[in-house]
Structure formats: structure tokens, C-alpha cells
Design a protein around this ligand. Structure first.
Ligand SMILES: *Cc1c(COP(=O)(O)O)cnc(C)c1O
Length: 408
């Protein structure tokens, strides 16, 4: 089914066989999976998708897994595309859409990347994986590893949202809380992996997660009848979703399934951690490490993205921009989205609503443009953050319920 051919270094173009497990290229850059898109173009047809699986595996020919029996799926992808009529009217945007990845298994789009990565680990005979994560990647890794019978070693900052911690424990992962940031977690994995025999699945440290994430771009295209929107607002932490969607558009053009201009790609960050916005505004092509990164949008708390040069290049090529919003603005915009549309987004997705409002006001986005907001996660995963906006007196029903359970 797959049309995969090889792995390619994103910096030098050097090729590597795809039949072996690999992390970075010899020059230390992320590796990308390449496909025989001409063969895919001859032997595959976008009309056939109508009868495909209702998950991201409908795009199996451009995913790297060779054996169907390796596929570890919990129903990830093929998420709703919602037209935001009421919010659009409020914001003065006549053509506003939301792609809702909050409905994925474990409540975030990270399910896409980890379904693909864990499937590849299974295919390659890997039995132990490790990653550092600011939150949702850990939950997804733990879930897919559990489903595949693979051992997961997870390192998370000790102020990670409670939901992520609980999920990892429930899925039976080996969890270590680290007094530091995602960058510190990643460093621990890198230091210990050789001795422990772990395969590292940190963001962009292996070539498979991005392949799962790129299906976001395929779905946006398919759900909009192969006419891409004018602008996509994406909450960028590591930026892999944005890089993945751009790769999808490149492949879709090679398949002959889309034509015409690509969307303006807009990277949305939090004011408490905005290294990409800073580098963009200063005309730089790499980010500086953002000290004391702090935001309730745990997915955006990445002080120095590994793929910074790729994100900045894509945003500039596309005629897009980078913008930061405060946590308060994000939460308030998220409450407005929930109130008007019935979608309860993660603060990361809510940040895109706040950013759209700013960019409509500044005239960067036109009122009649086709604008897509990408919601990457479920609001319910962020109990602590939303409680700041909607506090409740102690002693409510949840606390009484807590009393029913005797601690071990
Ligand atoms: C990980 C995460 C992000 C950031 O994703 P990247 O593609 O790495 O930039 C955004 N939102 C949520 C909910 C996340 O879990």
C-alpha cells in the first residue's frame, strides 16, 4: 500500500534506507520520509477516498508503514471541520472554519503523529521507546505504546497538566517528572537512551511523527473539496504540525490533487513563550532560546523549536506571519468560541481565535477571506487553566467524590 522509498536529510538531501530505525541524519538534521509520488499518482485516486477508513489511515499510500498488521490505530484523524458562523459574524469574518482535532484519542492531534510513529516502531521490531514531552505527546505516546505492547519511558515537566500525568499513569507508561522544561526532558532521554536501549521519539528526532501530523493538511484539503483556505492559523510549539501541513501541500501538488496558491501559514504563540514570533519580527532564520518559558498552553511551551528554520521559512514563503497572544486573551477567546459554537478548545486552539481577531482588526486578514483556525486539543484536558477563568468554591461535588476513594 505505501509508496515510501527512502529517508532524506532535511538539510543536505542525503538519502538513507527506510527499512532501518533512524533518528537524525549524519549532519544532525531531521529526516523526512520520501515517496514515489508518481507511482501514487498513477495507482491511487482521490475519489477512492470516499470508501477509505474514517481515520488518517485513509491516506496509507503516503504514510511510511509497509505492513497493514503494524498499524496501531485508535481512530485518530478524520476530525470534524466546523463552519464558525456565529463566531465569524462576531469577529467580522464571513468565511471562518475550525478544524477540531480535540476529538482525537487522548484529546489532541498528537495522536496522529504517535499512531504513525508507534506503528513504525512495531514494524521495525522496537520494544522500548522514550520521549520528553510538555504534555499531550506523552499521553498519546503512552496510549499507542500500550495498544502496541511497547514499553514507554516518559519524561515530563513536573508542572505538566494533571490530565497528561493521569493518562500516562493509566496507560502504564514509566513516568518521570522533571524539575525543568521540555528541553530538559529531551536532554535526559538523549543522555540515557543508548544505555537503556530506548528508541527516542522526541519531536523531529525521528522521521515518523511528522508523517502522521501531515495528514492534517490532507484532511483540510479533502474536507474543503481540494480548495485550500486563504489562511491557516496554527498554534506552533515545535511547529511540526505546520511543517507537516506544508509537506502535505507539496505532496498533494505532486499528486495533482490541488492547484493554485497555498494558504498563508500563520504561527500563533503565547506571549510567555514566543521564540518564533521574535525571530520572525527580527528577520532571523533561527530562534534564540526563550528563557523562563511560561504559558498555560503547555503545547506552546517550547523555548527553542528544533525545526525553527523550517517554520520560519514556511511562514515567509507562504506570505504568512507570526503572532503572540496573552494567556488571558486566549482563554477569553476560547470561552467565546465555546459559547457561540459549542466547541470547547484547548488554550492552544483558543489562542488562534484571539490571533484571528487581532489580524482581522489590523487588516492582515480580510473579512471575506477563507480562514481556517486549527484547534489542536480538547479544552477538558486543561482543567487547571480553565479553572483560572471559571473558578469554583471548594467543597463541590467533585471534592465529595474524592472522599470516596481511599488512597493506596
Ligand atoms: C503539541 C501541541 C501543540 C504544538 O504542536 P506543534 O505542531 O509541535 O507546534 C499545539 N497544541 C496542542 C494542544 C499540543 O498538544
Amino acid at each position: 500500500m505505501t509508496t515510501r522509498t527512502h529517508l532524506e536529510c532535511s538539510r543536505t538531501g542525503e538519502k538513507y534506507p527506510i527499512e532501518e530505525a533512524r533518528n537524525l541524519s549524519a549532519s544532525g538534521a531531521p529526516l523526512l520520509v520520501r515517496y514515489d509520488l508518481q507511482a501514487a499518482r498513477r495507482n491511487w485516486n482521490r475519489e477512492w477516498l470516499a470508501s477509505g477508513p474514517r481515520s488518517m489511515w485513509r491516506y496509507a499510500p503516503i504514510l511510511p508503514v509497509a505492513k497493514p498488521s503494524s498499524i496501531t490505530s485508535l481512530g485518530e484523524g478524520w476530525t470534524p471541520l466546523v463552519r464558525l458562523n456565529r463566531l465569524g459574524k462576531d469577529l467580522g469574518a464571513a468565511n471562518l472554519w475550525l478544524k477540531d482535532d480535540g476529538v482525537n484519542p487522548t484529546g489532541s492531534f498528537k495522536a496522529r503523529g504517535l499512531s504513525c510513529a508507534i506503528s513504525m516502531c512495531r514494524e521495525l521490531g522496537i520494544t522500548k521507546v522514550a520521549l520528553g514531552s510538555a504534555g499531550n505527546a506523552a499521553s498519546a505516546a503512552a496510549a499507542y505504546a500500550a495498544a502496541a505492547g511497547i514499553e514507554a519511558h516518559i519524561f515530563m515537566p513536573n508542572d505538566v497538566p494533571q490530565s497528561n500525568y493521569l493518562e500516562c499513569q493509566a496507560f502504564g507508561a514509566r513516568v518521570t517528572l522533571v524539575d525543568g522544561l521540555i528541553s530538559d526532558c529531551g536532554r535526559i532521554v538523549a543522555e540515557r537512551k543508548a544505555a537503556e536501549g530506548w528508541f527516542e521519539i522526541n519531536t523531529l528526532k525521528e522521521p515518523y511523527r511528522i508523517e502522521g501530523k501531515k495528514t492534517m493538511g490532507y484532511e483540510v484539503a479533502e474536507q474543503l473539496q481540494w480548495r485550500l483556505p486563504d489562511a491557516i492559523l496554527y498554534p506552533a510549539g515545535g511547529g511540526v504540525g505546520l511543517i507537516g501541513m506544508w509537506k502535505a501541500f507539496e505532496e498533494l501538488e505532486a499528486l495533482g490533487w490541488i492547484t493554485g496558491p497555498r494558504p498563508k501559514m500563520i504561527a500563533v504563540q503565547a506571549e510567555g513563550c514566543a521564540p518564533v514570533v521574535k525571530a520572525f519580527n527580527e528577520g532571523k532564520d533561527h530562534c534564540e532560546f526563550w528563557p523562563d518559558a511560561m504559558t498555560v498552553s503547555s503545547g506552546l511551551r517550547v523555548p527553542k523549536p528544533l525545526g525553527d528554520f523550517l517554520i520560519l521559512d514556511i511562514v515567509r514563503q507562504s506570505g504568512g506571519t507570526c503572532i503572540a497572544v496573552s494567556d488571558r486573551a486566549a482563554l477569553e477567546a476560547g470561552a467565546r468560541l465555546a459559547r457561540l459554537e459549542g466547541v470547547f478548545a484547548a488554550p492552544e486552539g483558543a489562542a488562534c481565535v484571539a490571533a484571528a481577531e487581532k489580524l482581522l482588526a489590523s487588516g492582515f486578514l480580510q473579512p471575506d477571506a477563507r480562514i481556517l483556525l486549527y484547534n489542536t486539543g480538547a479544552g477538558l484536558k486543561y482543567i487547571e487553566a480553565w479553572s483560572a477563568l471559571f473558578p469554583r468554591m471548594p467543597g463541590g461535588p467533585a471534592d465529595k467524590l474524592g472522599g470516596l476513594i481511599t488512597p493506596r
